[in-house]
Design a protein around this ligand. Structure first.
Ligand SMILES: Nc1nc2c(ncn2[C@@H]2O[C@H](COP(=O)(O)OP(=O)(O)OP(=O)(O)O)[C@@H](O)[C@H]2O)c(=O)[nH]1
Ligand SMILES: [Mg+2]
Length: 353
């Protein structure tokens, strides 16, 4: 083509109004004649299509997740490319993105050391390359939180034990799971309680067991617990309820550890209320350590708008989270934990529920 104007006209005609100019340059015509002819314009163009909408697949959550992740990374990359490198005069200046997320994490009661870890990593990772706007820090932070939340497949053992401080929802969560396993997943489920301390504890569980027609054994010593386990050995799932123990009463926690020391390999759920104060959470995680819990359940998400306890608990223990509970209703108010949901809660983003 002789000039750019003519080129643009032909491109729009042949490729349509959405054509993108990728490159243009002046070139000589091929052959010896080219040396004497005026230079021509060479334009490389492409038709840019908008990114595809993620395909919503019924039940295809893994697929959806991968699509979302790709979409997000693409978005992030586009923003970085569009903005280009940060102008020299702006380097060391714009901290507003980091600061507003620092505030959000503080308001969520995330531990200061964890906030520092995330934000320092983000700052260092981009080392003055791009402007750390609120949007970009938010995207990277989300990825980081998602990565630090470990989840694990449910039901990795026949025996599941519910331990934790008083009143956090151990018995209620056990009842929700007994119904989930027995009714929705068709398993043969048995229940044992070793909580004979609190008045009404056995009755509370017996009501749930009777409604669901599940066998319930009460054990008042470690020996009885062994016998109850043998009795229910034909069940695919055996759920053991324990008495809530004060975090500060190490003797009680030790006594509970005595009950559980001869268990077969079990999922030991540490049940933590999302309403737990950040400082107390350290004590809880530490003092219950002798129980050798290996999974986390967070309850009462419906009772707070501050979700730092989730991230803090994961940070303190390094353990996977299995379930989240969101109300008193048995069996409905329970869901499998997922990193996406937890990061949305912490970052104060909309979530589909
Ligand atoms: N709002 C809300 N309340 C819950 C949730 N889970 C349990 N509860 C309520 O918390 C209270 C205590 O629940 P329990 O299941 O008895 O707690 P626990 O840990 O077994 O208590 P102890 O055995 O006495 O240590 C009850 O009123 C439950 O209905 C939840 O996810 N959200
Ligand atoms: Mg209980």
């Amino acid at each position: 083509m002789q000039d750019m104007k003519e080129g643009m006209h032909r491109i729009r005609k042949e490729l349509g109004p959405e054509a993108l100019i990728i490159q243009s340059r002046k070139v000589r015509q091929k052959g010896w004649r080219g040396f004497f002819a005026p230079r021509q314009v060479e334009i490389t163009a492409a038709v840019g299509k908008p990114p595809l909408e993620p395909v919503k697949q019924p039940g295809g959550t893994a697929f959806q997740k991968i699509q979302e992740e790709i979409g997000e990374l693409r978005l992030l990359l586009n923003r970085l490319l569009v903005r280009g490198p940060m102008p020299a005069e702006n380097k060391d200046q714009d901290q507003s993105g980091l600061e507003s997320w620092r505030l959000q994490l503080q308001q969520q009661d995330v531990y200061a050391e964890l906030i520092e870890e995330y934000l320092t990593e983000i700052e260092a990772g981009f080392a003055g390359e791009i402007q750390l706007t609120e949007e970009i820090v938010g995207l990277v932070l989300r990825q980081k939180i998602r990565k630090s939340v470990r989840v694990a497949p449910e039901k990795s053992a026949q025996v599941q034990v519910f331990v934790g401080p008083t009143g956090v929802g151990k018995t209620t969560t056990l009842a929700k799971l007994a119904a989930r396993y027995a009714f929705y997943q068709g398993e043969k489920v048995g229940i044992i309680t070793i909580d004979h301390y609190r008045i009404g504890a056995v009755e509370q569980l017996r009501i749930y067991a009777d409604i669901a027609s599940l066998p319930l054994e009460v054990a008042v010593s470690p020996g009885e617990l062994q016998r109850a386990l043998e009795k229910l050995n034909g069940c695919q799932r055996i759920l053991i309820d324990t008495a809530g123990r004060s975090t500060l009463n190490l003797n009680h926690i030790q006594e509970l550890a005595g009950y559980l020391q001869n268990l077969p390999p079990a999922e030991i759920f540490m049940v933590i209320s999302a309403t737990t104060k950040a400082r107390d959470l350290r004590l809880i995680c530490e003092n219950f350590r002798r129980i050798n819990y290996n999974r986390l359940i967070f309850t009462k998400l419906d009772e707070t708008s501050t979700y730092g306890a989730l991230l803090n608990g994961i940070h303190l223990t390094g353990l996977p989270v299995i379930y989240l509970t969101t109300g008193q209703s048995v069996p409905d108010d329970l869901r499998l934990a997922d990193a996406e949901k937890i990061s949305s809660l912490i970052l104060g983003e909309e979530d589909d529920g």
